[in-house]
Design a protein around this ligand. Structure first.
Ligand SMILES: Nc1ncnc2c1ncn2[C@@H]1O[C@H](COP(=O)(O)OP(=O)(O)OP(=O)(O)O)[C@@H](O)[C@H]1O
Ligand SMILES: [Mg+2]
Ligand SMILES: [Zn+2]
Length: 509
């Protein structure tokens, strides 16, 4: 090997602290004293296991692990660090300290990657946000595992080198190898197909409700007996939503990268995500968390997309109520061992439920007591329901003719949705709001206040206590969406009345 023996090796890496990337300097120091391997600097269990991986990877790469006293420090020491992404930087720091690798290419370079015992580099979670952080900190080059190259090249302004193994990295440092700059393997694969609206027969009211929800990014609840298309419709919502713009794509991709759910060869997420946790899901799996590097939960994986809670009346009240904070703020705070992590969580909520536990095809056959019935959907009442703008009660199709009626395709519906969304975006452009759902209540009540005649139905509802102040704001947002869908410029009394009807349905249960 060509390097000059030094006793200290320094290599830069990047660590994720919730959603923020921190540059970390990995220092390996050889000193006299009893042989041993120590890691210092606020590390968690997975990092302490790095010792075994680094030692084995070095030894299995035709390189020599020092039989001396070795201390690896991760600086700054007070930053919480976790995960296996520092393995490569640690191994290289050890090789630099022992003169087995030259330092020429180290300035301006960050190294990221987990090592397998045989020296291969394994793909690592969070490469996109890690490299965004490294670039913003002034680094110009990154060495990453080959499987992360596709994702890494999404970051502009930083040169990427993909390596298969520790030996590759050492050969590159010695000037004997050029690292891959494009992803290996089968190239970008197509995104999984979203099922089409044309499969859904009948249910015109629910189809329209879904279109309205898509146009304004409103939350929606569908209730009705089993087997009438609630789940079918919900799964088709992403297919009528506009694709993500580039900034949104990067944001969503970064979250999916941290969650470890990004496919290696299709790194950029362009279709709004659709996340459907089971009704037995825990609060942690919904909101995120866990030991070490807190994982984003379903609400964050659904960021800029759809969170679908099927059979939501089967979920616990506590679980459902845990959604209130992210719904209100568009972010979620996750408690961790060392403080709170904040993740983005702006999603469109879609709820589906049967009207009662026995759920007969025809409601008249219900065997539940009125108390049981009330309690069942009652779980959804109160503050959570207040945030749901659209409620549809679906009925079984009355006759078989309905079952042969072909529905419109997603392409047709999504074209109308796109037009309505564009109208909304233009109107709110100066304020930076993208959808009607984002418009603050104060704006609806002042700058965009509707004439008294138009407001009359809402005022009546407020007087009768049929709607809360927040509910009134939400009905106004919905009225704007109905206006955008019909190509109008400002809501009229009809739009307001229809918006109230959408909110009010299913309320009396
Ligand atoms: N409106 C519909 N158009 C076409 N097929 C339908 C429709 N409704 C139901 N089906 C058929 O029935 C199956 C079940 O529908 P789906 O899962 O959407 O029902 P659901 O309303 O969610 O019922 P559950 O309350 O039991 O969850 C679908 O896979 C489809 O084959
Ligand atoms: Mg269902
Ligand atoms: Zn029943």
């Amino acid at each position: 090997m060509t390097g000059v023996a030094t006793d200290l090796g320094r290599v830069h890496s990047v660590g994720l602290n919730a959603f923020a990337a921190d540059v970390v300097e990995v220092q390996a120091n050889i000193s006299s004293g009893l042989p041993g391997f120590y890691i210092s600097g606020s590390t968690d269990t997975s990092l302490r296991e790095a010792k075994e991986r680094v030692r084995a990877a070095v030894n299995n790469s035709d390189l020599k692990f020092p039989e001396k006293r070795l201390t690896v420090a991760l600086a700054p020491a007070n930053l919480p660090k976790s995960g296996a992404g520092f393995d490569l930087a640690m191994a290289v720091a050890v090789l630099v300290a022992t003169g087995q690798a030259p330092t020429t290419l180290l300035p301006g370079t960050v190294m990221i990657g987990e090592l397998a015992l045989d020296g291969r580099l394994r793909s690592t979670r969070g490469v996109l946000p890690l490299l965004l952080g490294a670039r913003d900190a002034g680094f110009t080059r990154a060495v990453v595992p080959i499987d992360n190259v596709a994702e890494a090249t999404l970051v502009e302004g930083i040169e990427i080198g993909g390596a298969y193994s520790l030996s590759d990295v050492v050969a590159w440092m010695a000037g004997n190898l050029v690292l891959d700059t494009v992803a290996d393997g089968p190239g970008p694969s197509a995104a999984p197909a979203v099922p089409d609206m044309t499969d859904v027969v009948g249910q015109p009211a629910a189809r329209h409700a879904l279109e309205v929800a898509a146009a304004g990014a409103h939350h929606i609840l569908m209730t009705g007996p089993p087997g009438i298309g609630k789940t079918m419709l919900a799964c088709r919502l992403p297919g009528i939503l506009p694709e993500l713009d580039h900034a949104e794509s990067l944001e969503v991709t970064a979250i999916h990268s941290v969650a470890g759910i990004l496919p290696a060869h299709r790194p950029l997420v362009v279709v709004p995500p659709f996340v459907a946790p089971h009704h037995s899901a825990s609060i942690t799996s919904l909101l995120g968390g866990g030991t070490g590097m807190a994982r984003p939960g379903a609400v964050s994986r659904a960021h800029r997309g759809v969170l679908f809670l099927d059979e939501c009346a089967e979920m616990g009240t506590k679980v459902l109520d845990s959604l209130r904070q992210p719904l209100e703020e568009g972010i979620v705070r996750v408690a961790r061992r060392d403080g709170t992590a904040v993740y983005p969580a702006r999603f469109q909520l879609i709820l589906a439920a049967n009207p009662c536990p026995c759920a007969p095809v025809n409601d008249v056959d219900c065997v539940c007591t009125s108390i049981v019935r009330r309690r069942y959907l009652g779980k959804l009442s109160g503050p959570l329901m207040d945030r749901i703008d659209i409620r549809v009660q679906m009925e079984p199709p009355g006759n078989t003719a309905l079952m042969t009626e072909q529905g419109e395709s997603s392409a047709l519906v999504s074209a109308r949705v796109a037009t309505a969304r564009a109208a909304a975006r233009d109107r709110w452009r100066d304020h930076g709001w993208l959808t009607n759902a984002e418009v603050p209540g104060s704006a609806l009540r002042r700058e965009y206040r509707l004439p008294p005649d138009t407001m009359r139905p809402i005022e009546a509802f407020l007087r009768e206590g049929r709607i809360t102040a927040r509910g009134a704001d939400r009905a106004l947002r919905l009225a704007w969406t109905l206006t955008d869908l019909r190509g109008g410029t400002s809501p009229e009394a009809d739009d307001v009345a229809q918006a109230l009807m959408y909110r009010d349905r299913g309320n009396g249960r």
